[in-house]
Design a protein around this ligand. Sequence first.
Ligand code: GLY
Ligand code: MN
Length: 362
Amino acid sequence: MAIKPNEEKVLKYMEQQGYDAFLVSDPTNVRYVTNFTASDGAQHLLFTKEGKIYFITDLRYSEDAAIECPECEVFIWRLPGKTVSDAVQHLLSENGCKNVAFEADAFTYDSYMVMDSTVKVEKIPTQGVIADMRMIKTPQEIAYQRAACQISCRALERLLEDIRVGITEKELAAMLSLYMVQEGADTMPYGNILISGARTSLLHGVPSEKAIQYGDFVLMDFGCQVNGYMSDMTRTVVVGQATEEQKTVYGLVQQMFDACNKITKAGTLGKDIYLESLKPLEGTPYKGYEYNNIGHGIGLFVHELPFDNITGETPFPVNNVRTIEPGLYIPGWGGVRIEDQILITEDGFENMTDFTHDLIEL
Ligand code: GLY
Ligand code: MN
């Protein structure tokens, strides 16, 4: 059976590094590499330099694995008294491997201790090998993410009709999730930051029983998946007429966003985006109310490389899908965030989030 393109990439990387075997254990990386969809994190892939790929799983997933990944050999690890590491050791020994690279950040302390005592060959920790591959999206991945953004925008259009005094944050969050599925998303949307009033300064606040009141900001940070590929967007609206201070803070966040826009293209550093976003705040009383990370790559996982913060030294590659999300968060008063998802191109970017940045007063 034909090896899939991302599996080829892993084999090529192993060849360059001289690894006999490579163990992929991060659940999102397993999906990225094999397109396997039924994951709950219980799968591992063992690549050998001869081009064999073992799909190490248990009986709950073995039939899915055989159907979705016919190029892999399914190996059941969950037998009485056995661990994943026993399966890995068995396969390494059967294939005569003298070393195995593994994903250092995919192991807990306990699971590493078991592997360390079970796997007898040289163990080589790696960092970010597949995360780096995931930064650059294929036309298919981009198409899924474009569709996910369009679904989110349509769902928000619908939700704006429902936002009224008395309805709770939890009710609105549930409606937003339902609308995304009705508009075509997979069944795991995340409408999960929907907060109002003074609670909008909680950057990642959880929807509560709080009822919407006249004059509230409502901050909605949400997204959905299409074939696992994600969208992420944020809009902040006002219920009723905005006060002068609400307009001022909102206007500053718009300026921060526009500042980021101006310099975003292939080769830009996340650090420069972050520093640029601060310029509109100079000389205002709002300096210091920003957050120090204002964008991230996005794909099969919501927060991927590279990030927009002071340590962001990775130039954005062409075909990286990412967010721009400046905001101001004033404890006890409220907050504003505007977030769009974009595709990096040679001379700029394509905005995948087609939704106004103007302040909406409902
Ligand atoms: N949209 C919020 C975040 O990415 O953390
Ligand atoms: Mn985001």
